[in-house]
Every structure is written in C-alpha cells, then in structure tokens.
Design a protein around this ligand. Structure first.
Ligand SMILES: C[S@@+](CC[C@H](N)C(=O)[O-])C[C@H]1O[C@@H](n2cnc3c(N)ncnc32)[C@H](O)[C@@H]1O
Length: 215
C-alpha cells in the first residue's frame, strides 16, 4: 500500500475512542473488555477496514479487533467505524503484528484473518511475511482450540510460500482454492478493498484456511 503522511493522523488515532490505546492491559481479558464471552476474531493488516467493519455489522455475536500498523491508514478505518453507530463489537489496535503476544493471551483468539498481506518479495525479507513460520508460531500460541487462520491474496508466490510454511509447521490446510470467486467457498465471502481492486483487473484470488497443530 502506498503510504502518504497524512497531517493530523497520529492525533486522530490517539483521540479515537474506537482505538484501544493500552491493549496490553487487556491481555488474556478481552472478554472483560467486550463485557461478554463471545469469540474473538482479529484481522491483521486491515488497511482501511472495509472487511472487518462489514463483518462486525453482519455478526454482532462475534467480537472483532482490526489491527493496522500505520495511523495514516487507520484513520480511514476509524471513519468507517463511525458509521456503525449501534456497533459494540469492533475495536482497533494501531500496532504491528510483531507485538501480538504482548496484547493477547494464549488461546484467546478464535480466528485470525490475513487479507492481502504485504508480499515482501525479496528473499531476505521473507521473515516479515505475515504467513512465515515465525508468525505462524505466534498465531499457534494465541489461537483457541479449533481456532484457525484464514488467508486471502492475489499474489501467487506469496500463496505458494504460505502453503509451504503452514505445511512445514504441521498446520492442517483446508478450503484451499486458487480461484475463490469461482469456487464453492465464495458463499458468504466479504470482499476487502484490495480484493475488489485486484479481482476487477482479472487477478484470481487465492484463499486458504489453516488449523494449527495441537499444542
Ligand atoms: C496490502 S494492504 C491490505 C489491506 C486490506 N487487508 C485489504 O485486503 O484491503 C496490507 C496492510 O497491512 C498493513 N501491515 C503490513 N504489515 C503489518 C504488520 N506487521 N502489522 C500490522 N499491519 C501491517 C499495511 O500497513 C497495510 O495497510
């Protein structure tokens, strides 16, 4: 994503009541934060937030947290969130995926969405890919029993890499498709901003679901 430095973005994020500013304080206790025992689903790298806001509106019985590293992108998600006036099940964190373990307790997350994650094409940057083994190890720790990750991308090398990494780490793969929009898994699919953009120019969308090996 091309990033522009947007004046006032930092302040707008710091002031937003939709952003959790001390997420570490809720580690292992997100149910208390949401004041219910509903499952917790997170999206890492939510960008402008279309996907997670749409889901939160559709499924009020799920707690959602959208995570985005950059304030200049996060402010677009905050603007969307403001439109959901009745919504109590969606909050945002402005931090990098590298900090997930400081923010969530073991087994606390029921589902992790990774949509159109940055591909980091250079081999020397492979460890930064959000589906690399280092991140998979973190997700494994944080996922609940029967928890899963769901990953979508139009980037074939990144998809191949992700399948390989998950297989090597013993994750169980299912619902794997290299053409989601013409597959049996399309039912209930919620499009992300990138998904709409790339499918509009004819790129097939790949998707996989993966369950971690038992602890
Ligand atoms: C290519 S965009 C995709 C946005 C959105 N998920 C979509 O599908 O439209 C990737 C997003 O992930 C964010 N991002 C990249 N690395 C991240 C990380 N380590 N932690 C959190 N967010 C990250 C980027 O800032 C960017 O907004």
């Amino acid at each position: 994503m091309r990033l522009r430095n947007i004046r006032g973005a930092k302040e707008a994020v710091a002031e937003s009541t939709f952003v959790v500013h001390d997420p570490e304080a809720n580690r292992g206790r997100w149910n208390e934060f949401f004041e219910n025992h509903n499952p917790l689903y997170i999206e890492i790298g939510m960008g402008k937030g279309r996907f997670v806001t749409e889901l939160a509106g559709r499924y009020p019985e799920i707690n959602y947290i959208g995570i985005e590293k950059y304030e200049s992108v996060m402010i677009r998600a905050i603007a969307k969130r403001k439109m959901l006036t009745e919504c109590k099940n969606l909050f945002f964190l402005c931090c990098g995926a590298e900090h997930l373990s400081e923010v969530f307790g073991k087994g606390e997350i029921a589902r992790i969405y990774l949509n159109f994650s940055d591909p980091w094409p250079k081999e020397r940057h492979a460890r930064r890919r959000l589906t690399s083994q280092g991140f998979l190890d973190i997700y494994r720790d944080l996922l609940a029993e029967d928890g899963r990750i769901e990953f979508k991308t139009d980037n074939n090398p990144l998809f191949d890499f992700s399948l390989e990494q998950a297989e090597q780490a013993g994750w169980e793969l299912c619902e794997v498709t290299r053409d989601l929009h013409h597959s049996e898994y399309m039912d209930g699919n919620v499009m992300t901003e990138y998904e709409e953009r790339f499918s509009a120019i004819g790129n097939p969308i790949s998707r996989m679901v993966a369950y971690p090996p038992k602890r």
